[in-house]
Design a protein around this ligand. Structure first.
Ligand SMILES: NC(=O)c1ccc[n+]([C@@H]2O[C@H](COP(=O)([O-])OP(=O)(O)OC[C@H]3O[C@@H](n4cnc5c(N)ncnc54)[C@H](OP(=O)(O)O)[C@@H]3O)[C@@H](O)[C@H]2O)c1
Length: 302
């Protein structure tokens, strides 16, 4: 089969399409003939070495396709969305232990654009416990998780303040996160912050939070953790919640995947796709994803 192999860290050109054997399915795993693959922003950071993550020989994590082998014969022929922590999703076939059956009316492209990011958004919104009338700040609302968070927070009756490049967000207030001073321009009285940008200046939002506000830190788009100290939190009674790792990601997000795909099937969530590339054009696909010129997901099809 054709698969994308990572040769060291660096620019998109370290990714090369090569011939590899079809993976052998382990116990409890399904073997999937891949139809569509997601290129999320964090994979460009893993590839470049900005985020530590090792160098899996086969690259990629999020794929959707049709089951060709499984312990449960009823799964064969069904479309599933899979998450491969060990890599190998940029390929014609992937073996996966974590997968979710995709509702019939959802296309492979829409499923792969939603299965992980919409599930992360559903799990984050559950954790935040948003109450009708609260003000919610969604960082990087132009991204997949941020876009789904914006919609889900609005559905809970929140007023949404969003950050985006080039005004690419549908919220009540939109701030341009390319402006290094955007936090000073945020409105007062924010109850919940979905923090995905991180960095040394993250604490500049603290004066903008309402007393007892909650900050859910789940991303590292700037490449740095958000620097927020107890001193920032204590006098305003704020709560900082870290969301990630095996518990949040492996359990809460996995548990939210069915709901996320159902919300796509019933039209509540609409995946946004920027461009779709052939597997052979993986270098162009990575260059597009990290250019931040588009809106929505970059996809690969094998
Ligand atoms: N904790 C978890 O369980 C979990 C799970 C999955 C992903 N994540 C993290 O969630 C974050 C968002 O993922 P995603 O899949 O939604 O991303 P995505 O769809 O690939 O979108 C990338 C977004 O990031 C923005 N961006 C990139 N670099 C930025 C920077 N330096 N400052 C501000 N914005 C920047 C872009 O905005 P513009 O183009 O508009 O500028 C774009 O909106 C990532 O950090 C990812 O690692 C966390």
């Amino acid at each position: 089969m054709r698969a994308v192999v990572q040769h060291g860290t660096g620019g998109p050109e370290v990714l090369k399409v090569e011939e590899r054997p079809v993976p052998e399915r382990g116990e409890g795993e399904v073997l999937i003939r891949v139809e569509a693959i997601s290129v999320p922003f964090y994979e460009t950071q893993l590839r470049s070495g900005m985020l530590p993550g090792g160098e899996p020989s086969l690259f990629g994590h999020e794929a959707v396709g049709v089951v060709v082998e499984a312990d449960d014969e009823n799964l064969v022929g069904r479309r599933v969305a899979s998450m491969s922590y060990v890599g190998g999703a940029y390929a014609e076939f992937v073996a996966a232990s974590q997968y979710t059956v995709v509702p019939e009316q959802v296309s492979a492209e829409n499923a792969v654009a939603a299965a992980v990011p919409a599930a992360v958004a559903v799990a984050l919104v559950r954790t935040a416990g948003i109450v009708d009338g609260e003000t919610v700040l969604v960082e990087a609302a132009s991204g997949s998780i941020g876009g789904y968070l914006t919609r889900l927070a609005k559905d809970r009756g929140a007023r949404v303040v969003a950050t985006a490049g080039h005004g690419k967000a549908a919220a009540d207030v939109v701030l341009d996160h390319r402006d290094p001073d955007w936090r000073a321009k945020a409105p007062d009285g924010i109850n919940v912050v979905f923090e995905s940008i991180g960095g040394l200046r993250a604490a500049e939002l603290v004066p903008k939070l309402a007393p007892r506000g909650r900050i859910l830190a789940y991303g590292l788009l700037s490449g740095e953790f958000p620097v927020i100290t107890v001193a920032d939190l204590i006098s305003r009674g704020l709560t900082l919640i870290g969301f990630g790792g095996p518990d949040a990601y492996g359990k809460d997000v996995a548990a939210a995947r069915d709901e996320a795909l159902s919300l796509v099937a019933d039209g509540t969530l609409t995946p946004v796709i920027d461009r779709t590339y052939a597997l052979e054009d993986v270098v162009e696909a990575h260059a597009r994803a990290e250019s931040r010129e588009g809106v929505g997901k970059v996809l690969l099809v094998p």
